[in-house]
Design a protein around this ligand. Structure first.
Ligand code: 5AD
Ligand code: SF4
Length: 445
């Protein structure tokens, strides 16, 4: 048995990819190792979306170099993911002890790359966007993911937002066929998954080949997955406002198991900045969409992503973002300082915003978002929420799960509740979680 350790940065799609890389390597005798020390192979699955991603990779590589030396150079060191895709050559120049550099679209070729690396020749680099679809070459997922599972249905992006590297690192938008998605969902449920989150950089742009003929949109796929026996909950992330079509909104109205929580990044509340970002919608379009979603599913909670300090963002633009946030009232949100990504249009703009200004705007936006999140959580106190229990809680004797709105919920209860969805009377709210007491016996299993 050989030992494989994977270090993952970034989004849930990377978490999914890391698991699939382990699946690809399992037939070669690689079993997961929880630490890199003494491992036969270490994969760094990297993210390039913001900040000093490449620097983090190089400092980790420095640490791994010593561990590799301790194995007499036997350890195979691979850099995968979006930094590998964007800066593959640079990685090999600065860290020549790396054996394999591979992009997000080529990891089905890992066995071949590992065989070549084991021969001790020059480093293997494969950052192509191949003709073949990697999913056609991947083995079925082997390691069970647990009660809540992720399933990538779509990859890449054709939207080219001014600030974003995804269209360059993940390539053009691609949708997996409906039949492949449904088959994988069935397997996940058979392995114990009770909640599935469909993943994609632009998940609601999914337009997969239908099992009969033509294509389906995400709404149709959700209606179909909702029929799977044993599955209790469905989610999907991340969506673009322009791709929320009527059928998808109708699915929110019709499918109780489609959780009333939607991550719908808006990035900015200023029409001028939205245009500069190439988002191709206005603040009013977003607000109208939120209204339609709320009429379809009155309890839907919204989450979003924001960028402050995009090139050209004025104080007035930033105020428009705050105004949109006040208008929508988010349950939760992520917010970031604009970070120039080499090769993206905004990185070359001359009207960059000063670092201190970005800091100031981010602090103000985050204070408002924190306040909204606290209010949302506080409003849950006194209500009864279905909680899907996924693991042990923070303290002995506790179990933890997720509310429909993705809040972690802690209760006192035995471990055999894990895997069940039970009603919980919410007694207290914290900044990022809730606690409560079980109100009844199993409602669903
Ligand atoms: N700078 C800052 N934030 C970014 N994001 C994407 N690219 C950048 C960038 N260059 C944020 C967006 C996106 C989230 C995943 O990361 O808000 O929705
Ligand atoms: Fe990036 Fe925009 Fe595509 Fe999202 S929609 S992945 S932000 S380019």
């Amino acid at each position: 048995m050989k030992r494989l350790h994977v270090i993952t940065w970034g989004c849930q799609m990377n978490v999914y990819d890391s698991a699939r890389m382990a699946d690809v390597l399992a037939p070669l005798g690689y079993a997961p190792a929880s630490a890199p020390d003494g491992a036969d192979m270490v994969i760094l699955n990297t993210c390039h979306i913001r900040d000093k991603a490449a620097e983090k990779v190089f400092s980790e590589l420095g640490r791994l170099r010593r561990l590799k030396e301790a194995t007499g150079g036997r350890m195979i060191l691979a850099v995968a993911g979006c930094v590998a895709q964007a800066e593959g050559a640079e990685i090999l120049a600065r860290a020549p002890y790396v054996d394999i550099v591979l992009g997000p679209q080529t990891y089905h070729r890992l066995p071949e790359m590992v065989a070549r690396a084991a021969q001790g020749g020059p480093a293997v680099i494969d950052t192509e966007f191949p003709e073949e679809d990697k999913f056609d070459f991947l083995p079925d997922a082997t390691a069970p993911q647990g009660i809540t599972a992720f399933l990538t249905i779509q990859e890449g992006c054709d939207k080219f937002c001014s600030f974003c590297v995804v269209p360059y690192t993940r390539g053009a938008e691609q949708s997996r066929p409906a039949a492949a998605v449904i088959a994988e969902a069935r397997r996940l449920v058979a392995q114990g998954a009770r909640e599935i989150t469909l993943l994609g950089q632009n998940v609601n742009a999914w337009h997969g080949e239908a099992p009969d003929r033509g294509t389906w949109g995400l709404g149709r796929l959700l209606y179909e997955l909702a029929e799977l026996p044993g599955l209790l909950r469905l989610r999907y992330t991340t969506s673009h406002p322009r791709d929320m079509d009527d059928e998808l909104i109708a699915a929110h109205r019709d499918l109780p198991m489609l959780m009333p929580f939607l991550h719908l990044p808006v990035q900015s509340g200023s029409d001028r900045v939205l245009a500069a970002m190439n988002r191709r919608h206005t603040a009013a379009d977003y607000l109208r969409l939120v209204q339609r979603l709320r009429s379809a599913r009155p309890d839907i909670a919204l989450s979003s992503d924001f960028i402050v300090g995009h090139p050209g963002e004025t104080d007035a633009d930033f105020e428009a973002t705050l105004a949109l946030v006040r208008d929508v009232r988010f349950a939760q949100a992520f917010s970031f300082k604009y970070s120039p990504r080499p090769g993206t249009p905004a990185a070359g703009a001359t009207d960059q915003i000063a670092a201190e200004e970005k800091d100031r705007r981010l602090a103000e936006l985050q204070a408002l978002l924190r306040e909204q999140q606290a209010r949302f959580n506080a409003n849950c106190v006194g209500s009864i929420l279905p909680v899907l229990f996924t693991g042990p809680g923070r303290h002995p004797g506790q179990v933890a799960g997720r509310s429909p709105f993705l809040q972690p919920v802690h209760v006192t209860g035995p471990e055999h509740l894990i895997g069940q969805e039970l009603s919980v009377h919410i007694a207290a709210a914290f900044p990022n979680s809730l606690s409560g007491t079980l109100t009844e016996e199993i409602v669903c299993a």
